[in-house]
Design a protein around this ligand. Sequence first.
Ligand SMILES: Cc1ncc(C[n+]2csc(CCOP(=O)(O)OP(=O)(O)O)c2C)c(N)n1
Length: 309
Amino acid sequence: MLYQMVLGRRFEEKCAEVYRMGKIGGFCHLYIGQEAIATGAMMALEPSDMVITSYRDHVQAMVKGIAPEAVLAELYGKIGGCVKGKGGSMHMFSKEHEFYGGHGIVGGQIGVGTGMAYAAKYKESGQVTLCFFGEAAVNQGIFHESLNMAQLWKLPVIYICENNHYGMGTSQERAMSTRNIAKKADAYEMANEFVDGMDVMAVRDAALRAIERARNESLPTLLEVRSYRYMGHSMSDPGNYRTREEIAKYQERDPIVLFKDSLQEAKVLGDKDFDAIEAKAAETVERAVKFAEESPFPPESELLTDVLV
Ligand SMILES: Cc1ncc(C[n+]2csc(CCOP(=O)(O)OP(=O)(O)O)c2C)c(N)n1
């Protein structure tokens, strides 16, 4: 889990670097600060379980098993990308890895994820669905419609609200009448939990409880996982709506540092082990950059394949 978080962080730092060099075009939303959520929740899944998320999807895609090379090449718009360079940053996808996007419409994936869980139940496949979204998506009607149906139809789905406190430049306080998102599930008599998103083990434990409920009882759960994004909403956001002090306050509880310290305290991780993790992550990122740089752009013949027209 520590390696996955470090890889996610170093990968996205590289994304920011190459974005500024003009290698990546269009939107690019980074996950830096939130790594413990994808890592803790998704590493508790079976490989056959399904995941769907929003546009902040690079780290989720890698934790689900999509190669960093394929994620970075996708960001570059190259043919070696996981969707042949046609999706870009917001639309990572791999049926092979049971990873169903990457969605740009805020909250849109909540309805699709609920449908995926319905399909799994109908087909008796035994798969659990993890559906990630931000706190701003909770104000969308589809969140409420989906939770109602999931509880009514007893669907094996886990809704993970990644509460990073801001929807673009709007703070949660300015947009939502209540602070407590987990409790919204009470309206549907759905199990719910509040989770510290800076603590990867707390996320994993809560995810395991929800996964067991989904797999063994076919019941949904809403997890509100509180975290913070260190970067702007996207690469084009200078983030003037929050202070340096506020960012620094959250960085004091950085999820990677917290987990590393707890492993060192428990004497299961030495300094050299951590250096080896950093070195492996750096090497993996460099390999991904080389692959993305060398991968060609899609040929013209690809223009109309895999595209709904
Ligand atoms: C239906 C819809 N409305 C508005 C937007 C514009 N928009 C893009 S991201 C965003 C903020 C979403 O914030 P949140 O759901 O909390 O996720 P986060 O970006 O914090 O991960 C908005 C309003 C959109 N993409 N879709």
